[in-house]
Design a protein around this ligand. Structure first.
Ligand code: PLP
Length: 453
């Protein structure tokens, strides 16, 4: 019922947007955003919202960081755009590559740029296909990921994504296999300890590799903490157990750090938080604090050497995007990394995480919250009809969407994911803003739970 020619009416008439199948959202129309301030966004009607999702996990420095905007402006003035093809690339592209290798867990490595996390995952898979063929193993093409894992929306990265919604596209492509979601609370069996659950998942991985043939598998890709799958931290010892299996079969482990990387878990890499050494890292989002679209594949020593040998042999890696390694993106990323690591943003996550956990634990005392899970500044509260039996609410009630919509009414953006509500605020959040988030969330939960009781 928006006024004709309003921003909302024009959005409905002219614009399509992603992931908007929810009737509740369709009925409410678009929130058209004009500007931001710290962790807040403002719509065309001047209404202010605390965005507890940092945009899409990425606006970790908030919506008005002057230093990031100035870094972009300075680079636009200096050299506004270039590519990384045919033996040419900008100085900023070189500088960022050196910085990324230096802040990576790798003693040495090499970096390839994309415009997004999806493209970074596609690029990684094409690199594995390319180097396996160059090494005389063209059959080593299969990619292993997990159910509920999210890796993007392009044809390959959507095939890696373990969500049933991709069936509408006829995906996944052949050769993309999805293992059990490592969610102990939901997937653990009666009487099974967390360690036993981990052992079962490692045995499943071993079995799949044996069944498919280790020589047909190109790699295993995993998020340290599943993000869009509903914030699922791994069970105890998970990555150690998985890595032992993969090493025995000579299969690379790739850490998709698009969400976890650069501070979300309280450390620079989720792999560091969970103490494993990947063979490559996929980065995006926080890489530029959301101030420029950019993704990166960071190869560790073994894959760098094999990639370089394959390129030397074939004399070309016929892949790259017009804006791969864009100088403005690289200048912004260099500034974002500096802000996150050296201006205390990551420290704030580490210091704020216990406060975040304590506040959410109090809210999670409500009998309709089945599980609170998370780490650092990424958390989810899962709603249930019955906590003891973990019985979900009836799907038709759309409980998590109602919670998110009620929050929106009260000026808090949070994300419904399955039966959970996700909170992943910008790292700049003050204590008072965190309290505002708790207060609004608590009120919305109480209101919705009383409506659906
Ligand atoms: N990988 C992970 C872990 C993600 O969370 C996302 C996006 O949310 C992607 C990849 C895809 O990134 P993009 O949306 O930039 O294509």
């Amino acid at each position: 019922d928006h006024a004709p020619n309003s921003w909302e009416a024009r959005a409905a008439q002219y614009a399509l947007y992603g992931f908007t199948d929810l009737p509740s959202v369709r009925d409410r129309g678009t929130v058209v955003v004009t500007h931001g301030e710290g962790p807040y966004i403002f719509d065309t009607n001047g209404k202010k919202y605390l965005d507890s999702n940092s945009g899409l996990w990425n606006m970790v420095a908030g919506f008005d960081h002057k230093g990031l905007a100035e870094a972009a402006k300075a680079q636009y003035d200096r050299f506004p755009g270039y590519h990384a093809f045919f033996g040419r690339m900008s100085d900023q592209t070189v500088a960022l590559s050196e910085t990324l290798v230096n802040v990576s867990p790798f003693p040495r490595g090499k970096v390839f740029y994309t415009n997004s996390g999806s493209e970074a995952n596609d690029t990684l898979v094409k690199m594995l296909w390319f180097l396996n063929r160059a090494e005389g193993r063209p059959q080593a093409t299969k990619i292993l990921t997990r159910k509920n894992g999210y890796h993007g929306v392009t044809a390959v990265s959507a095939s890696m994504t373990g969500k049933p919604y991709n069936e509408v596209f006829g995906l996944p492509l052949d050769g993309f296999l999805h293992l059990t979601c490592p969610h102990y609370w939901r997937e653990g069996r009666d009487g099974e300890s967390e360690a036993e659950f981990t052992a079962r998942l490692a045995a499943e991985l071993d079995g799949v590799i044996d069944r498919e043939g280790a020589d047909t598998i190109a790699g295993f890709v995993a998020e340290p903490v599943m993000g869009a799958g509903g914030v699922i931290p791994p069970p105890e010892g998970y990555f150690q157990a998985v890595q032992a299996v993969l090493r025995r079969h000579g299969i690379p482990l790739i850490s998709d750090e698009v969400i976890c990387g650069f501070g979300r878990t309280g450390e620079i890499w989720g792999a560091l938080t969970y103490d494993f050494m990947p063979d490559a890292i996929i980065s995006s989002k926080n890489l530029t604090a959301g101030y420029f679209p950019m993704g990166a594949v960071i190869l560790g020593p073994d894959l760098s050497d094999r990639m370089q040998a394959a390129i030397d042999e074939i004399e070309e890696f016929p892949h790259g995007f017009t804006a791969s390694g864009h100088p403005v993106g690289c200048a912004v990323a260099l500034k974002a990394i500096d802000v996150i690591l050296n201006e205390g943003l990551m420290d704030r996550v580490r210091e704020g995480a216990p406060r975040m956990q304590a506040g959410l634990s109090e809210i999670a005392g409500h009998p309709n919250i089945g599980e609170l899970r998370g780490i650092g500044y990424m958390w989810a509260l899962e709603a249930v009809r019955d906590r003891d039996t973990k019985t979900p609410f009836e799907a038709a009630l759309s409980v998590s969407e109602r919670i998110a919509n009620t929050c929106t009414d009260h000026g808090l953006i949070c994300r419904p994911l399955g039966q959970s509500v996700v909170l992943c605020p910008p790292f700049i959040l003050t204590d008072a803003q965190m309290d505002e988030m708790f207060g609004k969330l608590d009120a919305a939960l109480k209101q919705v739970f009383s409506e659906v009781a």
